[in-house]
Write a protein that binds this ligand. Structure first.
Ligand code: BT5
Length: 273
């Protein structure tokens, strides 16, 4: 039996109108985000092109961090999109993609996945939020700051056993660890693509994912430590809200409000420990 995520197996099962119709599966690759960006730069690829792999040797997170997952354990994918989002809405793609993942995991597995600002997918285990996935959107902008081309990258830990989970800042887990049984990858992928396509079309039609995303956010109300690339000292405070663009508002110990953009910030919450 071949691999259940190979193109020959997945393509006939797709229920989407366009997402994933251009599809490549790699049994091993450096990073799906990097490969998709490079290939698209050489020759423009169709909107909705999907790259999927079973193993990354140089998986990437934000701020030059890495994404690590054992062979055949995860969903590791990148999607090429041309959303033309105005500057104030560029984070909508991350939000909308996390909502698609949250809905998929709920529908397929009955697990209540949540979001940790700005791009983590988390589940609660023994009262502690554990990281089960992450999103990395990389984009190209035009002169007016509009997001013209974007690569939506997502890693979701499905079948990683406890002894192979990465040693990470936010404790890591997998959906298998939550369910105590292995997760079937193919159905999860197909449902995710359906949800993603629907929400993406809604977003281009004017739907703002902000309110629904905020409902899934575990960060509001948490005590947080914020490290900014530009500052030597971390900022301590409480996450109080997000703006309509998805920036995080943190109130420091003196009562001052700070509006933080995802691009240059790493965040630790009290729930990390
Ligand atoms: C992310 O970055 O969470 C975004 C990860 C995106 C990965 C996907 S996989 C497909 C596509 N191709 C790529 O090359 N990337 C995308 P960030 O918030 O910076 O989190 C990275 C941090 O998460 C690391 O520094 C570790 O602490 C932790 N980490 C790494 N691998 C993990 C895993 N499998 N599960 C949980 N945490 C992990």
């Amino acid at each position: 039996m071949g691999n259940e995520l190979e193109a020959g197996h997945i393509l006939p099962l797709l229920r989407t109108n366009w997402l994933g119709h251009s599809f490549r599966f790699f049994s091993e690759i450096g990073s799906t985000n990097v490969a998709l960006k490079k290939d698209n730069a050489k020759r423009p690829l169709p909107n909705g092109t999907l790259y999927l792999t079973d193993f990354q040797t140089a998986g990437r997170g934000r701020l030059n961090r890495s994404w690590v997952a054992p062979k055949e354990s995860s969903l590791l994918l990148s999607i090429l999109l041309r959303p033309n989002l105005p500057p104030e809405n560029v984070h909508w793609l991350t939000m909308m993609g996390s909502l698609a993942a949250v809905e998929t995991v709920h529908d397929q597995l009955g697990i209540e996945m949540r979001v940790k600002w700005p791009n983590d997918l988390v589940v609660q285990q023994k009262d502690v939020w554990h990281k089960v996935g992450g999103i990395l959107v990389e984009g190209e902008f035009d002169g007016a700051g509009q997001l013209t081309t974007a690569v939506y990258g997502m890693g979701l830990n499905l079948n990683i056993p406890a002894n192979q989970l990465p040693d990470a800042t936010t404790p890591a887990t997998s959906l298998m660890m939550v369910l105590q049984r292995p997760v079937e990858r193919e159905q999860l992928l197909l449902t995710f693509l359906d949800q993603f396509e629907q929400l993406y079309e809604d977003m281009l039609g004017g739907y703002s994912p902000v309110a629904d995303w905020r409902d899934k956010l575990v960060t509001i109300g948490q005590t947080v430590t914020v490290s900014r690339v530009s500052d030597a000292e971390p900022l301590l405070g409480t996450a109080v809200d997000i703006t309509p663009s998805g920036y995080l508002i943190v109130k420091d110990e003196q009562g001052h409000h700070h509006t933080l953009q995802a691009g240059d910030v790493s965040l630790r919450g009290c729930f990390d420990n």
